[in-house]
Design a binder for this molecule. Structure first.
Ligand code: ZN
Length: 209
């Protein structure tokens, strides 16, 4: 299965650390955010606000660095020499993202599992894949699907299952204002269509808590 289409494609900006530079695109974001602040009637001479457009721009460049060219982690795989056929699971991967609808944070944990065939992947790379897709404007359902599709296409495993649990500030600070509510999404590929496999992974998630 091929990766889900990226709705917010990457721009050409390789090799620049967005945390401490003020490149062209960051300047544009800062200028436009200054306009937002002016539209809100804010006093941009207030010392607390004077540098805010630049700070917001740099923060956005970092929080959305998953859009940058070259942001995709290299998934170095190695042969499954022992023929391991069980679930490989990394649970409790913390992530922070911003919702595509309101640009407010949503954050929580992702649980990633795959059933290897010929190839295995370094476990830390699974967390990097979560980070890649979290550092884009996201909706939780698409985040979950994108992680599953990416791993399915890159690892060619027997199966993939992703479970994401998150709190959404756009729900807690506005809208229905339900503090602490958690949203759970999941996505399966291949052998995880089997209910026993799904139950096995869900049990692993519960035990790891
Ligand atoms: Zn939202």
């Amino acid at each position: 299965m091929s990766a889900a289409p990226v709705l917010f494609p990457a721009g050409p900006r390789p090799g620049v650390d967005p945390a401490d530079t003020m490149d062209g695109r960051t300047r544009v974001v800062a200028a436009r955010f200054r306009g937002v602040m002016e539209a809100l009637g804010l006093d941009l001479d207030d010392p607390n606000l004077a540098e805010t457009p630049a700070r917001v721009a740099r923060a956005y460049r970092f929080l959305f660095s998953g859009l940058d060219a070259g942001a995709e982690p290299e998934l170095r795989t190695f042969p499954n020499a022992e023929g391991y056929g069980g679930i490989v699971a990394v649970t409790g991967i913390r992530f922070h993202s911003l919702c595509a609808h309101h640009f407010l944070p949503f954050f929580g944990t992702a649980h990633v599992a795959y059933l290897p065939k010929e190839r295995l992947v370094g476990l830390s790379k699974l967390a990097r894949v979560v980070e890649l897709f979290a550092r884009r404007p996201q909706v939780q359902e698409r985040l979950t699907e994108e992680i599953a599709s990416f791993l399915d296409s890159r690892l060619q495993p027997a199966g993939v299952m992703i479970v994401v649990q998150a709190r959404h500030f756009c729900m807690e600070m506005r809208g229905v204002r339900k503090a602490g509510a958690r949203t759970t999404t999941s996505s399966v590929r291949g052998a995880f269509a089997d209910a026993r496999r799904r139950q096995e992974f869900r049990a692993q998630i519960r035990r790891a808590r």
